[in-house]
Structure formats: structure tokens, C-alpha cells
Design a protein around this ligand. Structure first.
Ligand code: PMT
Length: 395
């Protein structure tokens, strides 16, 4: 998503400047071309050299720099920018941006640019809560800017409250969303399921599987980054919520079914990446089952088939985790669940399936056309599936 993108990173005078260094580094590692503009205040906290060393690009600190590589700096950067990110954004810079002022290289570039703007506030809680700050943020939001955060927690002042600059992974999520806001899925609602359901045997034990949720989360992020409103029905444990994705936590197959049915009423597509239990204990013991000398049998009952049940005027995509006869088994599910598309997942292949960051899938559509994809990151697999979903929307 970020590869090759021109990002103007505006850094203003806050102690959170040290986090902007990490952001600049991660953006560069993701393949973005990062042009940093620092306000005078920012240079009091960290040096331009630090940003130049991380981004390998010049850093602008002075609107009247005679040695600049750009003829008219603010116009040039403003024109080239695909997104402008102000992180950290102080109360002062937020006020100037809201007023449309242009008295330093950063605010001048913002005013001169048509690129989408993302503002990540960082300040003390009282400053954030001040009516003027809230009004200014509201004004920026109204003009289309994306406001990222702030987060809550311990502030540099020692107080606790709202005002922390978001952490780098969250900021990266916001930037990807800001870049892709008008993408080919904008105006669409996509419901995604993720993780392995857990069916309780007693208050201590569950029947579950190896799904980490990574595949479903990657699909959700990819859909968000193409402009979709995303609802993620998640049975995953321990994965951070993706920014700007509505997460509905569930545990059992029945809970996942209830959530999916409720949310698909407003959906344009349902993508079921979750590994849903096919069977659950017929009864759940109220108390922990005690060990005895005998073997123990647990009677299992079939769970509801969510994909087969969720019908409506939306695109329906399934996954099939298979350990043999990949295409034949997955193709049978396209028919039995009446799907538009299935991603057949060979869980025996290296780097593929449960818990990995990569996946190898074969796409099979309702006309039984088969497309074998190479080993890709799960995010890229998500995008390949979404290419097909977007095509189905167009058709
Ligand atoms: O989460 P990760 O660690 O990243 O791993 C990813 C994954 C391997 C879990 C994922 O890529 C995957 O293959 N998910 C589907 C696994 C699966 O359970 O397949 P299935 O063949 O049992 O089910 C077929 C489809 O029906 C799936 O879309 C499933 O969500 C759905 N289903 C299954 C059972 C059920 N009761 N209701 C359903 O809707």
C-alpha cells in the first residue's frame, strides 16, 4: 500500500517527536518516499539530521533555504505529495491549519496541496480538551482531514489522559486508510470474519483450532485501505484491533453466526476467513469436569454453517483450509455453500495456512475458473481477493 507513495511528514514541536522518527523509519521501510518538514519547535526536540538519516531524503526546516533542491519548496512538495501526515501535531499547528494560515514551510505546504491530510494530535490532556482545540479539529475534519487519535495514557507532564501520539502501527493504519479513502471499494461495506472459534466444554476447556486470525485481519486492512467500511467479526485472541476497522469480538460459532447475520444486513460483501468449528460439545458443563480413572467421551453437535445461512444481496467469499485434494474439496464448497468465490488454502504448503504472515491460495469462482496464486503476504492475498470482489461489484 505504501510502496512508492510520496508522503510529506510534518513534524511539529512536541516531545512526541521521538516517535515521529520511528514513523519515518517504518514508512521508508515500507517503500514510501518520505519528505520531512520540521517546524522550528520540532528542531528543538530532534534534529533534521535524524530524519535525513532515516529517510535518505532532504529535510525542510526553512521556507527561504537558498540551498534547497526545490525551486519553490512548498509548491513542489505540495504538488508531489500523495498524502500529508502531521505527526505529532501540536495545538498551535492544529489551530494554524484550521485557520488556513501559512506562516511556515509545513502550513504553507498544506495550504498549497490538494493531497489528503492526516493529523495526529499530541498534547497535554487539558490542551486537547480545550474547546478551541476541539473546534479546530472539528473544522479540519469537516474539511476532509483524517484525525488520528490522540490515544489515552500517561502524558509527558506526568498526568494521565487523552493526548498521547498514537503508536507507529496505528499511525501506519491511518495513513494507509487516508491514502486509499477514495479507492475502488469506497462507499462499500465489507464484513470479514477471522480467527478460530472456541466451543466450551466446561468453564476451563474449549474445542478450538490453530487459526491466529492473521488472514482475516489482513483482508480487513486491505479492504479498509481501498476505501471500504469494514466490520471485522473476530474470534482471534491477542491481535491488536486494526485502526478504523469496527471489530466485533466473538468466541463461539453461534456468536459468530449471530454477529455475521446482523452485520450483513448492511453489507456489500462477506468474506469468511475464520476457521469455524463444525462441531461443538452438545452440552457445556457448569463446573470444571474432574479427572477420573475412566476415559471421557464428549458428544458433539453440528454447529450452524454461517456461510450457507448468510444469504442476501451481497458478494459471498469463503476460504477452505485443506490438507488434501485442494481444488476438488474447495470447489465442492463453492457449490454446497453457493459462493461467488473461494480461496482454497493448502495448509500443507511451506509458509501457508495457520499463523504465518504469508499464504498460498487458489481462487475458484462460481463458474469453476481456477486461479493459482503464488506465495504472497496475507495482505496481498487479501488484495487479490478484493480485486475479484471489486470486479463482481462492477459486473
Ligand atoms: O487465521 P490464520 O492463522 O491466518 O489462518 C488462516 C486460515 C488457514 C484459517 C484461513 O486462510 C482459512 O483457510 N480459513 C477457513 C478455514 C476453514 O475452516 O475452512 P472450512 O473448509 O472448514 O470452511 C469453509 C468456509 O465455510 C470458510 O469460509 C468458513 O469460514 C466457513 N464456515 C465453516 C464452518 C461453519 N460452521 N460455518 C462457516 O461459515
Amino acid at each position: 500500500m505504501l510502496s512508492g507513495k510520496r508522503v510529506v511528514l510534518g513534524v511539529t514541536g512536541s516531545i512526541a517527536c521521538y516517535k515521529a522518527l520511528d514513523l519515518a523509519s517504518k514508512l521508508t521501510q515500507a517503500g514510501a518516499l518520505v519528505d520531512t518538514i520540521m517546524t522550528r519547535g520540532a528542531t528543538q526536540f530532534v534534529t533534521p539530521l535524524a530524519f535525513r538519516s532515516l529517510t535518505h531524503r532532504p529535510v525542510v526546516t526553512d521556507a527561504f533555504d537558498a540551498d534547497s533542491e526545490y525551486a519553490v519548496e512548498h509548491v513542489e512538495l505540495a504538488r508531489q505529495a500523495e498524502v500529508i501526515v502531521v505527526a505529532p501535531a501540536t495545538v498551535h499547528t492544529i489551530a494554524k491549519l484550521a485557520m488556513g494560515m501559512a506562516d511556515d514551510p509545513l502550513t504553507t505546504t498544506v495550504v498549497a496541496s490538494r493531497a489528503p491530510l492526516m493529523v495526529a494530535p499530541a498534547m497535554d490532556a487539558d490542551m486537547f480538551e480545550h474547546p478551541a482545540t476541539q473546534e479546530n479539529l472539528g473544522r479540519l475534519r469537516q474539511r476532509g482531514a483524517v484525525i488520528a487519535g490522540p490515544g489515552q495514557g500517561r502524558l509527558a507532564s506526568g498526568l494521565t489522559g487523552w493526548g498521547r501520539l498514537l503508536e507507529t502501527p496505528e499511525l501506519l493504519g491511518y495513513i494507509a486508510h487516508t491514502l486509499g479513502r477514495n479507492g475502488d471499494l469506497s462507499g462499500r461495506t465489507v464484513v470479514v470474519s477471522a480467527g478460530g472459534t472456541a466451543e466450551p466444554i466446561d468453564p476451563v476447556r474449549v474445542i478450538t483450532n490453530h487459526s491466529s486470525g492473521k488472514m482475516g485481519y489482513a483482508v480487513a486492512e486491505a479492504a479498509r485501505d481501498r476505501g471500504a467500511r469494514v466490520v471485522l467479526v473476530s474470534a482471534a485472541k491477542g491481535l491488536p484491533n486494526p485502526p478504523l476497522v469496527e471489530v466485533v469480538p466473538v468466541s463461539t460459532a453461534q456468536q459468530m453466526c449471530d454477529a455475521v447475520l446482523a452485520r450483513t444486513e448492511e453489507a456489500d460483501a462477506l468474506i469468511m476467513a475464520a476457521a469455524v468449528a463444525d462441531y461443538r460439545p452438545l452440552t457445556t458443563a457448569d463446573q470444571k469436569i474432574k479427572k477420573s480413572d475412566d476415559d471421557l467421551s464428549i458428544q458433539l453437535a453440528k454447529t450452524v454453517d454461517i456461510l450457507a445461512t448468510a444469504r442476501g444481496d451481497f458478494v459471498r467469499v469463503g476460504f477452505a483450509a485443506e490438507s488434501e485434494n485442494l481444488v476438488a474439496n474447495a470447489a465442492a464448497k463453492v457449490t454446497s455453500k453457493s459462493l461467488d468465490l473461494i480461496a482454497a488454502n493448502d495448509i500443507t504448503s511451506e509458509g501457508s495456512g495457520f499463523g504465518t504472515d504469508t499464504n498460498r491460495v487458489t481462487l475458484i469462482d462460481r463458474d469453476m475458473n481456477v486461479e493459482e496464486l503464488p506465495l504472497l503476504t496475507k495482505y496481498e492475498v487479501g488484495n487479490r481477493i478484493l480485486d475479484r470482489v471489486a470486479r463482481l461489484f462492477r459486473d
